[in-house]
Ligand binder design. Structure first.
Ligand code: ATP
Ligand code: TZP
Ligand code: MG
Ligand code: MG
Length: 268
């Protein structure tokens, strides 16, 4: 059974502490996929919610000290109860507060997946790459090297997204090239992807199964975007955003297998 079928069959609960720009879009995207979203932020309950969830997705997009403390409490509980943790370091490198906060979080928490654009991931591990607000600045550099160094340094799966996506655990590295440029015109396309990755990690075992689930999550999301773009040709980002939700619900395992563009460039 594909990871996608496992997600739809098991309907995992995904605890999201995310930003105020993307919360409804993220919840709708997870529902469309077949997962069960739960947004919970109160310090009094985040440990309980993390413990009962299949995965916890932590996102610093509109951080303040209260959100950061909620993230720490949820992450600690997830670690204590062996619940996978995905971190989206939105805007790391854009301000000192963001950079120092994510660097503290990766020291304190054991991550399952770090997912960001190349600038965010570089800044999490103390390397530099220009960033404009929450978007990766243009630049040439060794994106694969940054992902692999981050995976080694943090001891987790690292996903760097862009036109091509890199997925690595430091030993095995994959590239996926599904997707569509319209994803860059929808705010929260990356944040929703991080939560979709969370849903896939929730149904996976550890090791190769976990890495395989993340690779499939990337291909799945990219295929959904391609289909959404085909069905909304000439209509623009608004129609595309809604159609992306439809396609997250409609992509079948067969269609996914047919359209996935996955290439392994390192590891056995
Ligand atoms: P940024 O803020 O830099 O845009 P992000 O957090 O929004 O980062 P993205 O890198 O945009 O995240 O990735 C979100 C999704 O969009 C991924 O599935 C990725 O493959 C896809 N994507 C990003 N850029 C392109 C592109 N130029 N062509 C096709 N797909 C893309
Ligand atoms: N500002 C703070 S968080 C956020 C914006 C625009 C959303 C970023 O979402 P994404 O998925 O990184 O585009
Ligand atoms: Mg984007
Ligand atoms: Mg982002």
């Amino acid at each position: 059974m594909s990871y996608l079928e496992r997600v739809r069959t098991q309907n995992p609960l995904v605890h999201n502490i995310t930003n105020l720009v993307v919360a409804p879009f993220t919840a709708n995207g997870l529902l469309a996929l077949g997962a069960s979203p739960f947004m919970a932020y109160a310090h009094e309950e985040v440990a309980d919610v993390a413990k009962m969830s299949g995965a916890v997705v932590l996102n610093i997009g509109t951080l303040d000290d209260k959100v950061v403390q909620a993230i720490r409490l949820a992450g600690q509980s997830a670690n204590a109860h062996h619940v996978p943790v995905v971190l989206d370091p939105v805007g790391a490198g854009a301000t000192t507060y963001r950079t120092e906060t994510v660097q503290m979080l990766v020291r304190e928490l054991r991550l399952t997946v770090l997912r960001g654009n190349v600038a965010e991931v570089a800044n999490v591990i103390g390397e530099s790459w220009s960033i404009k607000g929450v978007d990766a600045g243009s630049g040439e550099g060794d994106r694969i090297g940054i992902a692999e160094r981050a995976a080694h340094k943090l001891g987790c799966i690292v996903v760097i997204t862009g036109k091509e996506d890199i997925i690595t655990d430091g030993q095995s590295t994959f590239l996926t090239s599904n997707g569509h440029a319209l994803l860059t015109q929808v705010t929260g396309a990356g944040c929703l992807l991080s939560s979709v990755i969370g849903a896939f990690t929730a149904i996976a075992e550890s090791g190769a199964d976990l890495l395989g689930s993340v690779v499939e999550a990337l291909a799945f999301y990219g295929v959904a975007a391609e289909l959404a773009a085909e069905r909304t040709t000439h209509q623009g980002p608004g129609s595309f955003q809604i159609e992306l939700l439809n396609q997250l619900a409609q992509v079948t395992p067969d269609l996914l297998a047919e359209r996935s563009q996955i290439c392994q460039i390192r590891g056995g």
